[in-house]
Design a protein. Structure first.
Length: 289
């Protein structure tokens, strides 16, 4: 009997211990599933692309940029203002306002930013309007285009002039492919500037003092300009002392202040012209007391 009862009790205890262990394992599995569900719920906004996660990614992609970060790229280094009629030098690709760079080239043939020689005689030939950059500037700076158009309109109206209309490029039929748009030149030489002169330095006497060499020896002026105008130009560019006398010679002729360049060219003839330039030689001497 004891052996039988013992033999019967073992299976019962084994089943009970197995059921208890399985119940404990089920409880542990339930706890692990609950923990995993909580973790998934906590990370759902990032892992599964909920509204919060999408908003964060959109903010990263559409970050607002302050205009001050772009200002150095859309400012003219001459006038320190935003580009108006943005014009680029083809030699060095530096950009300025059109009016600023044209005014600068009246006195120098070098780039204001990198000092490179743009052109020996006509630097205005090597500039081009940058319409794409100007459109970008107008889109970035609020009301800049409207203000500029109003100022231009008021300027011409106050002086009784006709307001110029914006130039529209006209397509020109080509023999092959699509028609190409041909734009007019940025700058046209006025017809009254009909004389090109070459100023050659022939030396200076002792006692003339210190002077700067003339950087720009090719000049285009009106034929009505006189030798007196040329002398004033030389004195200003070379910082000459008032006691220094400037003698200007064309060929074998010592020129007078009242003579115009057109008269000199007509009188002396082709012997004074070299490659279409009227050649003038100038020297510096000390004025007698």
């Amino acid at each position: 009997a004891p052996s039988c009862s013992g033999s019967r009790s073992l299976p019962f205890e084994f089943e009970r211990s197995r059921s208890e262990s399985s119940a404990d394992e089920d409880d542990e599995d339930d706890e692990e599933e609950e923990m995993e569900e909580e973790e998934l719920e906590g990370d759902s906004g990032v892992r599964f692309g909920t509204d919060d996660g999408e908003l964060e990614s959109d903010d990263d992609r559409e970050r607002m940029i302050n205009l001050a970060e772009l200002t150095p790229y859309i400012l003219c280094s001459i006038c320190k203002g935003y580009f108006i009629d943005a014009t680029t030098i083809t030699e060095c690709l530096h950009t300025f306002c059109k009016s600023c760079i044209v005014r600068h080239f009246y006195y120098s043939n070098r780039c204001p930013k990198c000092n490179i020689v743009v052109h020996q005689t006509q630097p205005l030939y090597n500039i081009r309007l940058d319409r794409q950059l100007q459109d970008i500037v107008y889109k970035l700076v609020v009301n800049l285009e409207e203000r500029e158009k109003k100022q231009m309109h008021d300027f011409y109206k106050e002086r009784g002039l006709e307001v110029p209309k914006p130039a529209v490029p006209q397509p020109v039929p080509a023999s092959r492919g699509r028609p190409r748009k041909v734009l007019g030149s940025v700058f046209r030489i006025p017809p009254e500037l009909d004389i090109s002169i070459l100023l050659e330095f022939i030396g200076a006497n002792e006692g003339t003092g210190n002077f700067k060499p003339l950087e720009k020896k090719f000049v285009r002026v009106s034929g009505e300009a006189t030798i007196g105008h040329v002398e004033k130009f030389l004195r200003r560019k070379m910082d000459l002392d008032p006691a220094c006398q400037v003698d200007i010679i064309c060929g074998d002729h010592l020129l007078e202040h009242y003579q115009t360049l057109r008269e000199i060219r007509q009188v002396i003839g082709e012997s004074a012209v070299q490659d279409g330039l009227l050649v003038l030689h100038y020297g510096l001497v000390v004025s007698p007391l």
